[in-house]
Write a protein that binds this ligand. Structure first.
Ligand code: OGA
Ligand code: NI
Length: 337
């Protein structure tokens, strides 16, 4: 119930037992690479074909990149972070009204990741919202803070446009028609997870989010400008992402890995927590429409590169994803052909 939320709990001085990972599953923070960078791409650069080829390179070799000059007003990004923080600082009784651990609910405040399935908790609360079409969902969103609906809906519209532009560039970078992936994904859904990672007394024993891949098509993350925490797996090592000012962090989700027949990877990433500061991040997920059939275009299948996955609908995938625990083997492996 709502008293499970970390953001309404007392300030812990040591980690409660059910958050402590066994020794071989802990984040070995001393081994994290802090001086490497994921690619940063200037989307406002005049030479579009260069932007497209940079995106292609980033998707092939990292599955992750940052974008600047992305067209989303910086002021809106900052306002979103403010309302997100205000929301998690609301009194417990306000937050209790929105609490649910049922993943099928379209507006819900929850904790960890999927507490019905997991045995060890993660040091995170999150507000998860369905965001498209906005008219359908905004009435159910929180009314408190009073600017929540206005700020979050303006942000959702902008981020969707950015996502669609990225999908066009990703299509071109694969030698496909510009609208190929957007067509394959159908009328895309859009979800948002506003993540709140409180200050954690023993960050070396737990995660905000353990290593996972995202089950959707494309993720657009607005990271906390002041507190790092996202880490990405590259060649067997964890790289700490140090976001540029006003940048978004973009990653390929499982559905783009399947649609590109494995050419672009949905890469493992995780969030670690901080001993001094709380951290906020806002993930926007573009999701194929439920009945979109996930199957790569002919051009990406050849004798040397046979179909890696059987075709399936996104609805089937999404149900499977939420029936499991985030720590298990990647969900996409269950769909191999
Ligand atoms: C996610 C995620 C990372 C972060 O919400 O799927 O990976 O830095 N978030 O919060
Ligand atoms: Ni993620």
């Amino acid at each position: 119930m709502a008293d499970q939320l970390l953001s309404t709990a007392p300030d812990y001085h040591s980690l409660p037992e059910n958050y402590i990972r066994p020794e071989d599953q802990r984040p070995v923070l001393a081994e994290v690479v802090s001086d490497a960078h994921i690619p940063a791409i200037d989307m406002g650069a005049p030479d579009r074909s260069h932007v497209v080829s940079q995106i292609g390179h980033a998707c092939r070799s990292y599955g992750f990149f940052q974008v600047v000059n992305h067209g989303v007003p910086v002021e809106l990004m900052l306002r979103l972070l403010v309302v997100a923080r205000e929301f998690f600082h609301l009194p417990p009784t306000e937050k209790a009204k929105l609490y649910s651990d049922d993943p099928t609910k379209k507006v819900r405040l929850s904790t960890s990741s999927n507490i019905r399935k997991e045995t060890i908790r993660n040091w995170r609360d999150y507000l998860r919202l369905h965001c498209y079409p906005l008219e359908e969902y905004v009435p159910e969103w929180p009314c408190d803070p009073s600017s929540f609906k206005e700020v979050v809906s303006a942000y959702c519209k902008e981020v969707r446009q950015l996502g669609l532009r990225l999908l066009e560039a990703i299509s071109l970078s694969l030698g496909l028609e510009e609208d190929c992936l957007v067509k394959a994904l159908g009328e895309q859904g859009q979800h948002m997870a506003i993540n709140y990672y409180p200050r954690c007394p023993q960050p070396q024993l737990t995660y905000g989010l353990p290593a996972h891949t995202d089950p959707n098509a494309l993720t657009i993350l607005l990271p906390d400008p002041d507190v790092a925490g996202l880490q990405v797996l590259k060649d067997g090592r964890w790289i700490a992402v140090d976001p540029l000012a006003h940048a978004f962090v973009i990653n390929i989700g499982d559905q783009l890995q399947a649609l590109t027949n494995g050419k672009y990877k949905s890469v493992l990433h995780r969030a670690v927590v901080n001993p001094e500061k709380e951290r906020i991040s806002v993930a926007s997920f573009l999701c194929p429409c439920n009945y979109a059939i996930i199957s790569p275009p002919e051009r990406l299948i050849s004798e040397g590169s046979p179909a890696m996955y059987r075709s399936y609908t996104y609805e089937e995938y999404y149900k499977k994803f939420w029936s499991r625990n985030l720590d298990e083997e990647p969900c996409l492996e269950l769909f191999q052909s």
